[in-house]
Design a protein around this ligand. Structure first.
Ligand SMILES: [Ca+2]
Length: 144
């Protein structure tokens, strides 16, 4: 009986810790504006085409995109799929704030016809979690 109680307690503690850590992570992530394929509105991704997809992390008055550590950035339907092949600094939206543009290989994104959003996750140099997302249309999947 005692062993059973202890096991239940341990299980409860593990579940509680898992819930607490996932809730904490979601709460911690700073929402940042991103622009998938800057200049393309609405954003259409040709999933069967190779090459690179540019995704800009936009700087704001409160957030400097250049503080993002590019090695931590992941991009895809759940924000975990593709690593940047390279990064480019530049003002992509003409607001005089320098933005960070990451280029990811399209096949790495694992886009399907069900994909409706591209997410980006990462960390700043000081360890703050960031995330951003943008709605996208996947080309080559027929018209629904
Ligand atoms: Ca800018």
């Amino acid at each position: 009986m005692l062993a059973r109680i202890m096991r239940n307690d341990a299980f409860g503690w593990l579940v509680g810790a898992a819930l607490a850590s996932s809730g904490f992570a979601a709460f911690q992530a700073m929402q940042v504006p991103i622009d998938v394929k800057p200049g393309d509105t609405p954003t259409t991704i040709e999933r069967d085409r190779g090459g690179h997809l540019p995704v800009a992390i936009l700087s704001t008055a409160q957030f400097d995109a250049l503080t993002v550590d590019p090695t931590t950035v992941r991009v895809g339907p759940t924000g975990t799929e593709a690593e940047p092949a390279r990064t480019v600094q530049g003002d992509v939206n003409g607001d005089d704030r320098v933005d960070l543009q990451v280029l990811v290989r399209v096949p790495d994104l694992q886009i399907t016809c069900a994909t409706k959003v591209i997410k980006l996750t990462g960390k700043t140099m000081s360890g703050t979690d960031i995330e951003g997302s943008e709605a996208v249309t996947v080309d080559g999947c027929g018209v629904f």
